[in-house]
Design a binder for this molecule. Structure first.
Ligand SMILES: NC(=O)c1ccc[n+]([C@@H]2O[C@H](COP(=O)([O-])OP(=O)(O)OC[C@H]3O[C@@H](n4cnc5c(N)ncnc54)[C@H](OP(=O)(O)O)[C@@H]3O)[C@@H](O)[C@H]2O)c1
Length: 288
C-alpha cells in the first residue's frame, strides 16, 4: 500500500512553517467534549474563526484537556471575519483573537475568512495579517474562499503571498482553476467541508468506490482529499464520528478509484457561494 502518512504528518507551508495535514473543524462547537475526544484520537490541528464565536471555548477546551499534549505539536487556525475601519483596528481584532484562544500567545495560521469586503477591505485585512506576523502573533498567514482574481490582485500590495487558501473541496467541487493557480504559486490548499456535510452520502459512484475498498462513504471522501494533497478539514461533534473520520490511514484509493471520484465534479457546494454565479462562470470555463 502507498504510504500516505497519518494524522500527525506535516507539510511545509510557504515560509517554512510545518502544519499537520489533518484538521479538526470547530464551527458550531462550544463544548469541550468533542475537542477533548479529538485530541485523544490524535487530531493536532484545530480550525476556529472570529465568526464562529468560539475562539475562547476552543482555547479553553484545549487547555483543559486532561491528557498530554504540547502546545508546539498543536496547530491552531483562526480567521479574520471582517476588516476594521483601519489596518490597526483589524490588527487589534487579531490581537483579541490570540488572547481569547490563549495558547502560548500566538496562533499558527490566521486567514482572511472570505473575500467579500471589496479590494480595500481585502488589502486592509492582509496588511493587518502581515503586521501580526511581524509582531509574532501568528506564524503563518493565508486566505479563505479566494478565487484567482482575488489572489492575483494581492500581488499589488502583498509583501508575501498567502501560505494557504482554505476553500470547499470535494470530488463534487474541485475548483480546478483555483487549484491550478495555487499549485503554480506555492499556495497550500486547505479543503473544508471534506465530508460535504453528508449531502452526498448516497451518491452511487461514491458508494460503489466505498464498497470496493470496504469503507464507509465518509472515509472515501476524506481519503480522496488526503490523496489529492490537501490539508483536510472535517467537523463532527459526535465522538464515534470523530474517531471514524480520522481512521483513513489503513487503506488507499487506487488510480482508477481516484479517477472515478474525480469524475463526480459538478460544482456542488454545501456551503453558500462566496462569489457571484457570474464570477463562477468565468472561472469554470470548462464546466457546465
Ligand atoms: N473557511 C470557510 O469559509 C469555511 C466554511 C465551512 C467550513 N469551514 C471549516 O471546515 C470545517 C468543516 O466544515 P463543515 O462543518 O461545514 O462540513 P463537514 O465537515 O463536511 O460536515 C460536518 C457535518 O457533517 C456531519 N458529519 C461529520 N462526520 C460525519 C460522518 N462520519 N457521518 C455522517 N455525518 C458526519 C457533522 O455532524 P455532527 O457534528 O452532528 O456529527 C456535521 O453536521 C468547519 O467546522 C470549519 O472549521 C470553513
Amino acid at each position: 500500500m502507498t504510504d500516505h502518512g497519518d494524522a500527525a504528518s506535516r507539510l511545509t507551508l510557504r515560509g517554512g512553517v510545518q502544519a499537520p495535514r489533518y484538521v479538526f473543524g470547530t464551527g458550531g462547537i462550544f463544548e469541550p467534549g468533542p475537542i477533548h475526544h479529538a485530541l485523544k484520537e490524535g487530531y493536532l490541528a484545530f480550525d476556529t474563526a472570529q465568526q464562529y464565536n468560539n475562539e475562547r471555548e476552543v482555547g479553553e477546551a484545549i487547555r483543559s484537556y486532561p491528557g498530554q499534549v504540547d502546545r508546539k505539536d498543536l496547530f491552531i487556525i483562526s480567521k479574520v471575519a471582517s476588516p476594521g475601519s483601519t489596518v490597526e483596528e483589524t490588527l487589534q481584532g487579531i490581537r483579541e483573537s490570540v488572547e481569547k484562544i490563549g495558547l502560548g500567545g500566538y496562533v499558527d495560521l490566521f486567514l482572511i475568512h472570505n473575500p467579500n469586503f471589496g479590494p480595500e477591505g481585502r488589502k486592509n485585512e492582509w496588511l493587518a495579517l502581515e503586521q501580526a506576523k511581524k509582531e509574532g502573533l501568528v506564524r503563518a498567514i493565508g486566505v479563505s474562499n479566494y478565487v484567482v482574481r482575488h489572489l492575483e490582485t494581492m500581488k499589488e500590495y502583498a509583501s508575501e503571498m498567502p501560505a494557504v487558501n482554505q476553500i470547499e473541496l470535494s470530488p463534487f467541487n474541485q475548483d480546478p482553476e483555483v487549484a491550478a493557480y495555487c499549485a503554480k504559486e506555492g499556495i497550500q490548499l486547505q479543503a473544508f467541508a471534506s465530508v460535504v456535510r453528508g449531502a452526498k452520502s448516497e451518491d452511487p459512484v461514491l458508494l460503489a468506490v466505498a464498497k470496493e475498498v470496504g469503507k464507509n462513504w465518509n472515509k472515501v471522501l476524506l481519503r480522496w482529499a488526503w490523496q489529492r494533497g490537501f490539508m483536510v478539514t472535517c467537523k463532527s461533534a459526535t465522538p464515534s464520528r470523530i474517531t471514524d473520520n480520522i481512521e483513513i490511514f489503513d487503506f488507499s484509493l487506487n488510480k482508477e478509484q481516484m479517477t472515478k471520484l474525480d469524475g463526480l465534479e459538478c460544482c456542488y457546494r454545501c456551503t453558500p457561494r462566496t462569489v457571484s454565479e457570474e464570477e463562477r462562470k468565468v472561472y469554470y470555463v470548462n464546466m457546465p
